[in-house]
Design a protein around this ligand. Sequence first.
Ligand code: TRP
Length: 328
Amino acid sequence: MSNKGRVFSGARPTGRQHLGNYLGAIRNYVDLQEDYDCVYCIVDLHAMTTLAELQNIKPNTAEMALDWLAAGLRPEDTILFAQSHVPQVTELHTILSMFTQLGKLTDLPTFKDKVRLQPHNVNYGLVGYPVLMTADITLYKADIVPVGVDQQSHIEFAREIVRTFNYRTKRQVLIEPQMKNTDFPKVLGTDGKKKMGKSENNHIELSLTPEETNKVVSTMVTDPQRVRRTDPGNPEVCNVFTLHKYFSHDDKVASIDTECRNAGIGCVDCKRMLADELNDHLGPFRERRAELSRNPQYIWDILYDGADRAQKIASKTIAEVKSATGIA
Ligand code: TRP
């Protein structure tokens, strides 16, 4: 790899990706390839901390990788791999855990949230989640980590572990990563209320067929004030309008704005137009996805090749880390 800066990001294997994933993460991942060496990891080990259905992790990993590639990740430049395929990360995790105070981990609001969500399964991995994340990032000496604001406390935590490690070993082996917020926009789901997410079942998958897309879009909640077709609408509070802003041309957005306000168009019309835009926009993605999925082995070949390249960087870092700690 060249000496451009390095980007690392990780995402849990949630399977087929939706519009929220696309606008919030994937398109940034794709764009960052222009200016950085990118390492993107599907964090299957992290997924084990919360997932009840362990058998879903592997198929979800493949589906997610497929979506990322179809959306424009270039495996010839970018390293795309699954976390568990590079075991050095667990080694670094163990070493870094010795430089991390337990009380700080249990004080993190993200940990407390998880305890509230799954009081019956407060596993050890859940406590160490940010340490494993720090191992992910530092193993590849990443400079920049593109993530949403919900991960901010974890990135700050990672920086603290790095500072402690470098200070105590009196070497500057690990790099303090910078966070790059990718949360623009916050994409709401079909309910128009909550953030789009698979667990909320308010999501629109990228890989739906045009017919399926039309159907889901037709269920979207619009401006709640607009009850009758003749009522004037308020586009600024309508999530369908928000999505038009991302997928339709400016002149179309302007005309929808006007026509909605004077009841020239109804919500049904507006949703039909959105579904058409989405289907147009996602057409090339869907074709490419279908093409790539013709050979199920292909995705694993890409992931294993990514893991090979990732391991080259990882083993070097581990050797430096061990030497810095004095154990090797
Ligand atoms: N914790 C992140 C999330 O839930 C996923 C993740 C794991 C990650 N390791 C990472 C993100 C390293 C950035 C860098 O979204």
